[in-house]
Design a protein around this ligand. Sequence first.
Ligand code: APR
Length: 241
Amino acid sequence: MSNPLDVLQEKIIQSQSIVVLTGAGVSQESGIRTFRGEDGLWNDYRPEELANYESFVKDPATVWEWYEWRKKIIIDSKPNDCHYGLSTIESKKKLSIVSQNVDGLHDEAGSKNLIELHGNIWETLCVQCKDIRKNKSLHETIPPYCSLCNGLLRPNVVWFDEIIPMSTIESISEKINDCDLFLILGTSGLVQPASWFGMHAKQKDKYVIEVNIDITPNNQFYDLHIQSKVGEVFSRLNYDF
Ligand code: APR
């Protein structure tokens, strides 16, 4: 079987348990810009000024303005064939998604078994009382304050100077240990810890398929690389299984 799409289809059908790592490329066809590459956000903005707790504390309004700008784009975006394809597969077999995306589109597409590794742009976290709220709307005033304790609210996302709890990493490792197919979709594989998971899957002898419009650093270690748009790939799969 030489057609890569046929291999992907067959592997999905044969697998008992699938783990999927997604990145910004998965939402690109929904109209949300990625971070790196030709049209990447980090070509126009400086991560160290906008995606750090330290810079947030210095200038919360500027950081919030950037998040509100992104929220305005995301609020009008809809899940694409990749998001829906994954939720359809999850309705038929064991599938977990580990997403680096904060846009909430996997949830909107109906995925349940979902770890939002870098948080969710629609959630706020009070820096004082730690209350977390989810509200899919824009703030009237920036920066927003907590309705419970009047503390400063921040987006509930993970910034570059913050760490993801070890318990989360362990639970993802366990899912990978238990799966038979690991899919890596639309991520540059440049940001840890997500970038480790593909290699972890290979060390555990799992079948790893990557879908990306580009070549990625670890690409050579995976079993199959499909160089295409993820939405297009998932639109061509057959879900009658
Ligand atoms: N289909 C498949 N792949 C795509 C598509 C598409 N339609 N569009 C873009 N890509 C690929 C790009 O080739 C690139 O490899 O998606 C990848 C996106 O990479 P990044 O922009 O680096 O996004 P991601 O890997 O999710 O970034 C990780 O970095 O700054 C942060 O916190 C942010 O969660 C993000 C993290």
